[in-house]
Design a protein around this ligand. Structure first.
Ligand code: NAD
Length: 284
């Protein structure tokens, strides 16, 4: 297999998803509207939000950024989300994380109307995912990862998939999503013992732990598929994932790069979820 064919190119896949969405939005009446709630001045959050807005504009989705001060109270923020829920002109709502320390995210996620929860991180949508309901809004990063895995043409049924990281936004919903695809899933985390021995039994390894270049070739079985979710800075200041890409490359059958892998797919899936929410709301 040549080098290019081994790479799960999230950037290219995401561009295809966006082009498809742009076509559908241009053909149908009306413009979907996404509301992004941004609290405080986190620099990285600002960049992420700007990227989402640019991508939304490109496909014909209006993306409103609602900036609230870093010291906003929980109550004020909840009232604000309630007002977005009530506003029929808004189809999707997301809260950019992380939030300032004094704010609790769970009451906010509980508050977002499930049909506007386009990040799929609220309890209703996570529950529907667990129950394998077609109505579940699937969280953007896991949804993007599944599309990336499917793009390889490999049959996922029965594949031992080891996920590194059990966060509410990546590891946990991803484990459920892949279980629904008949993968055999092992969900690991910072307290897992002998992690390299566990990953060495995996057909698919998905790293989402935020540890720069942690996964080495010795952690993998020959021909494993690897999806790298991590976004880190190496000591030299370069963007890198949780997998040591150069070191593992010859051993794997497929691998996603950082940057240009899961990141652009996450944004594309958020837009897809917003479009789907818009369509469902037109029918209500
Ligand atoms: P998090 O900090 O919420 O969770 C990290 C998880 O990794 C935890 O469950 C923890 O137990 C586990 N972990 C930490 N150190 C470990 C270790 N040494 N061994 C095994 N497990 C370990 O992080 P998150 O929000 O899930 O994000 C994880 C990474 O993915 C970060 O680098 C983040 O920037 C990136 N991320 C990327 C995207 C994207 O779109 N590409 C989206 C979300 C997160």
């Amino acid at each position: 297999m040549n080098t290019e064919a081994k790479i799960v190119n999230g950037k290219k896949l995401a561009a295809e998803v966006r082009a498809e969405l742009a076509k559908k939005i241009a053909a149908g009446g009306g413009q979907p509207v996404l509301a992004v709630v941004l609290v405080g001045n986190n620099e990285a959050s600002r960049i992420y939000v700007r990227n989402k807005q640019n991508a939304a504009q490109e496909v014909g989705i209006k993306c409103e950024i609602h900036e609230l001060p870093a010291d906003v109270s929980q109550e004020k923020l909840q009232q604000f989300i309630e007002s977005l829920n009530q506003n029929p002109a808004i189809n999707g709502i997301i809260i950019q994380q992380p939030l300032p320390q004094h704010l609790e995210v769970l009451p906010l996620l509980k508050l977002i109307a499930p049909n506007k929860d386009v990040d799929g991180l609220g309890p209703m949508n996570l529950g529907l995912l667990m129950l394998r309901s077609a109505q579940a809004v699937i969280a953007a990063t896991p949804k993007g990862i599944l599309k990336m895995l499917n793009s390889t043409g490999v049959n996922l049924q029965g594949k031992h998939t080891v996920i590194i990281g059990r966060s509410n936004i990546v590891g946990k919903p991803l484990a459920q999503l892949l279980l629904n695809q008949d993968c055999t899933v092992t969900l690991t985390h910072s307290k897992t013992k002998n992690l390299p021995l566990i990953t060495a039994t995996a057909d698919i390894v998905i790293a989402a732990c935020g540890c720069p270049k942690m996964v080495k070739a010795s952690w993998l079985k020959p021909g494993a598929m690897v999806i790298d979710v991590g976004i880190n800075r190496s000591p030299e200041g370069k963007l890198c994932g949780d997998v040591d890409f150069d070191e593992v490359f010859d051993k794997v059958s497929f691998i996603s790069p950082v940057p240009g892998g899961v990141g652009p797919m996450t944004v594309a899936m958020l837009l897809e979820n917003t479009y789907e929410a818009f369509c469902a709301q037109q029918e209500e």
